[in-house]
Design a protein around this ligand. Structure first.
Ligand code: TXA
Ligand code: MG
Length: 310
């Protein structure tokens, strides 16, 4: 996607005036605001109907900027060197003199941070004097947005401006790793855990228990299309939408494919938009065939499991 300088300028103007702007990232679209402005950050929570206790991720474009806000350790530098910019979020210790609004962290002492890879967003971040707080651009508990039209569907005209960056390439949120003590995975996402383990040269604990309040966004029922979702289905019910990874010989108007080539990366990219499309067609429920829990397939299954807690 080509970027358009005048759109970046427009987005900057809104953000400088404490407004929320939807921005593209390589994972999903974000609902962004100046992370140093409490007025702006509060607007994010209101628009999303998000509980104030659920902290936000702050997006940076440079290491010197991050150093002003967080304490960095050796595990961070190893992962930063290998994966940034990219679909990984780090939980780090917040510095006492950081200018990040306390509303971002709900007064907490840790901060979730990430370096997004999307060219348009990077360009925008480079023109700003502050980092951007940005949760996924959807109403709380609902499906994330992976393109401009999805954001429009979620918020109507309530968001001042949507910066268009085409469809998100990865399609699933970033992997979250807590680096405060021994590394721990708090959310499965766009970056495979095996790759993180390889760089840190250790097995990493996965702590995604939805009943624990470490990452409140990880509570049950999330990523929901607003209609019941059944997973691992071999036989769909009559008039139910059936989502498949692999092409079937049988043709049915109720079959929806996540991938043309039976590829999990392609399935991740299409997941949210496929569920959104089905909901918009007026189906009453969605059945999904079993998706292999390999690589990003694990993250797809994490999202589907939560979406199925309707
Ligand atoms: O790919 C992504 O990460 C997208 C794009 C827009 O960057 N953002 C995103 O944000 O998914 P959000 O707010 O939908 O999910 C952030 C998750 C939530 O589950 C939140 O609870 C957790 O990160 N989180 C934020 N700050 C945290 C902290 N200090 N400690 C533990 N978890 C935290
Ligand atoms: Mg979210």
């Amino acid at each position: 996607m080509k970027f358009n300088q005048s759109n970046i300028k427009k987005a900057k103007k809104y953000l400088d005036n404490n407004k929320c702007v939807a921005v593209p990232t390589e994972t999903v679209y974000g609902l962004a605001a100046n992370a140093q402005s409490s007025i702006a950050v509060k607007k994010i929570f209101n628009l999303k109907k998000r509980p104030k206790s659920n902290p936000l991720i702050v997006h940076y474009s440079s290491l010197p900027e991050l150093k002003k806000d967080c304490l960095l350790n050796s595990n961070f530098f190893k992962l930063y060197k290998k994966f940034c910019p990219g679909p990984i979020t780090f939980i780090l210790e917040l510095k006492k003199n950081s200018k990040i609004s306390k509303h971002v962290t709900n007064n907490g002492k840790t901060l979730a941070i990430r370096f997004p890879k999307h060219k348009v967003l990077k360009k925008l971040l480079d023109t700003l004097n502050y980092p951007l707080a940005a949760p996924s651009a959807n109403i709380s508990t609902k499906l994330s947005a992976v393109q401009k039209a999805d954001v429009k569907e979620e918020f109507g005209d309530k968001v001042a401006y949507i910066l268009d960056g085409g469809k998100s390439k990865i399609g699933i949120e970033s992997t979250i790793v807590n680096l405060i003590n021994a590394p721990k995975i708090l959310r499965l996402g766009g970056l495979e855990i095996k790759k993180i383990e390889k760089i840190l040269n250790q097995k990493i604990k996965i702590d995604i228990n939805p009943y624990k309040k470490v990452a409140p966004g990880q509570l049950r029922l999330h990523y929901s299309p607003g209609i019941p979702v059944r997973i691992n289905v071999t036989k769909p019910k009559k008039n139910e939408a059936y989502v498949l990874l692999k092409k079937r010989k049988i043709k049915s108007q109720h079959y929806y494919y996540l991938s043309k080539k039976n590829k999990l990366n392609e399935a991740a990219k299409n997941l949210y938009s496929c569920l959104r499309k089905i909901k918009n067609k007026g189906y009453k429920s969605i059945a999904i065939e079993k998706i292999p829990s390999i690589g990003i397939g694990k993250s797809i299954n994490d999202r589907l499991k939560r979406a199925s807690k309707f």
